[in-house]
Unconditional design. Structure first.
Length: 98
């Protein structure tokens, strides 16, 4: 079902903070590159944004499965990124899951 893109945050059992749109994981909503589309930037620029602007604690691209894994050690840093993406998605009315 289509919905407005909206990231949620969660803490892993090991204390890492992650965020993604988890409403429909089987659709493009849960893909790592969807956030880049929300921002209107390339996937390379998205990775650089995570590193340079949002100071991600860990980032790794798994080429075989086309998955980008990233997290923060601090909830405030994760929340800053999540809120940034969600504000842009709301402003653009960015719909996913169709």
């Amino acid at each position: 079902m289509a919905h407005l893109y909206r990231m949620s945050e969660w803490e892993t059992p090991t204390g890492k903070w992650m965020c993604n749109d988890v409403e429909e994981l089987g659709t493009d909503a849960g893909k790592w590159w969807t956030a880049a589309r929300v921002l209107g930037i390339s996937t390379t620029d998205f990775v650089l944004l995570l590193i340079n602007e949002f100071k991600v604690s860990h980032i790794k691209y798994l080429r075989d499965s086309n998955v980008l894994v990233y997290w923060w050690n601090d909830i405030a840093a994760c929340r800053k990124f999540k809120n940034y993406i969600n504000a842009i998605a709301r402003k653009k009315q960015f719909i996913v899951g169709e």
